[in-house]
Design a protein around this ligand. Structure first.
Ligand SMILES: Cc1cc2nc3c(=O)[nH]c(=O)nc-3n(C[C@H](O)[C@H](O)[C@H](O)COP(=O)(O)OP(=O)(O)OC[C@H]3O[C@@H](n4cnc5c(N)ncnc54)[C@H](O)[C@@H]3O)c2cc1C
Length: 429
């Protein structure tokens, strides 16, 4: 039987994971990426245990362990650095797979290397920007602009998947009137810098509240016993939406120090971290309203193209990997790709739309805002401000909605296991 051919638009975390997954399942894949030579851009990103499980099943477990830090705890603090909650993460929480904090660019390079080695150098095509698709009979045609020559390149396949991020051109063809992302009136200043380890060197910290906070976590070992440390200072602003989101826009240190200069805690000196950082990037807090369909015939979306969300609860990278695996599973389950894409849409989209909306109200970090409102001047005992039960129920409600509870992740069947039963049942929608 002729192998199904699939075009993947976008070679980010989602698109590369999808390419590896489809290849593992025996499909013919070609990836088109707008950037000619991908350099390791970005700062920190987290992969939850559920996504690590999928990448381990793709044979990338050792590469992840060498590249990232197996995060053991998440600590939430108020703006004075007083501990609100400390929870175990990854294997320390009982998952059978670690949670990794990584440098996003290094993760992308790791995936790219595997794609090139397994699928072939010819099948990862950089420097080609997707412009449009057409569905003709039982096929879909993608049009790409060759940025070097100006020529148009056309490819045809059975399915085309938009994994082209928050400014997805595939999505734009589905929703031409949608406009730009929704600015949530907050700015994020982000950097990754070699620094002395804080706490045990394996902990992610979030301090502050909804309108002003710092997130920090180590993402890799660095020279001299230091750790490459990702930090994000985030705060509400009155500015209008900045120009189009760009992960490379530099920010001036003074602006950030003016707001966070007093945030010196016994466990982390935030202004010192800012001072040490050579390159700081400014990024607006954005997402998009959920849509009513990702699939149109032989075309669908994954990752940020499908459900761009605010970076709460460290979800975007992990959920892009899960999309890739669930879409692969749907394509394995049925010979009819149109049905498979419809099934993927009907089952996956409501879950991701829910997470996107939960993140607008601070997702699992809502406890920090409650503490700020109830004890704006700090506290002597956290139990007097918020009960353990309330803290646990906020965390557990989000974990269940995002498919992150330990039992689910540990006990579910493999999402993709060609030739064997998968967790995905035959499409019936
Ligand atoms: C340069 C960059 C840096 C980032 N840094 C961070 C970070 O530090 N921390 C973090 O949490 N998240 C970061 N993100 C976002 C994060 O990668 C995603 O939120 C998440 O991993 C989901 O991945 P994705 O594959 O859906 O989207 P992305 O990772 O954004 O990948 C989309 C890919 O599609 C390509 N593309 C876009 N338009 C077209 C087109 N028309 N034709 C062909 N290709 C196209 C892009 O070049 C990109 O490689 C970054 C994204 C980018 C693009």
């Amino acid at each position: 039987m002729k192998k199904m051919e699939i075009i993947v638009v976008g070679g980010g975390i989602g698109g590369l994971s999808l390419a590896l997954s489809l290849h593992q399942a025996g499909f013919k894949v070609r990836v088109y990426e707008a950037v000619r030579d991908l350099s390791p851009l970005g700062v920190g990103i987290n992969l939850q245990s559920t996504a690590v499980r999928e990448l381990v099943e793709l044979g990338l477990g050792d590469a992840l362990a060498e590249t990232g830090i197996a995060t053991q705890r998440l600590n939430l603090y108020n703006k004075f650095g007083q501990l609100i909650r400390s929870e175990p993460r990854g294997m320390a929480a009982g998952y059978r797979w670690p949670q990794y904090s990584l440098h996003r660019g290094r993760l992308q390079q790791l995936l790219l290397k595997a794609v090139r080695e397994r699928i072939g150098y010819d099948h990862f095509r950089g420097g080609l920007t997707f412009t449009a698709f057409e569905q003709i009979g039982g096929r879909v045609r993608g049009r790409f602009h060759d940025r070097a020559s100006g020529a148009e390149v056309i490819d045809e396949a059975d399915v085309l998947i938009g994994a082209d991020g928050i400014h997805s051109a595939v999505r734009r063809q589905l929703y031409p009137a949608e406009g730009g992302p929704r600015f949530a009136k907050q700015l994020l200043w982000r950097a990754a810098v070699d620094a002395e380890a804080f706490l045990d060197g394996l902990t992610m910290v979030i301090a502050g509240h909804f309108h002003q906070r710092i997130i920090a976590y180590p993402v890799a070992k660095a020279a001299g016993g230091k750790l490459l440390t990702n930090w994000i200072c985030q705060m509400t602003v009155t500015d209008e939406a900045p120009p189009r989101e760009d992960w490379n826009r530099r920010a001036a240190k003074d602006k950030i120090l003016a707001a966070f200069g007093g945030w010196r805690f016994p466990w982390l000196d935030v202004p010192a971290l800012i001072e040490q950082s050579p390159d700081i990037f400014e990024f607006p807090l954005v997402d998009r309203d959920p849509v009513s369909a990702w699939t149109l015939g032989r075309v669908t979306l994954i990752g940020d193209a499908a459900h761009p969300m605010q970076p709460i609860g460290s979800q975007a990278g992990s959920q892009a990997v899960l999309d890739a695996r669930l879409l692969t599973a749907a394509l394995i389950e049925t010979a009819n790709p149109v049905e498979a894409l419809r099934y993927y849409d009907a089952t996956r989209r409501p879950v991701m739309n829910d997470i996107t909306l939960r993140n607008r109200s601070f997702g699992p970090e809502a406890a920090m805002q409650l503490v700020e409102e109830r004890a704006p001047n700090g506290f002597v005992r956290i139990e007097d401000v918020i009960s353990r039960h309330e803290l646990a129920s906020i965390a557990n409600s989000f974990a269940a909605a995002a498919g992150l509870d330990v039992e689910t992740v540990n006990n579910r069947l493999s999402l993709v296991h060609p030739g064997q039963q998968t967790a995905y049942q035959s499409p019936d929608v």
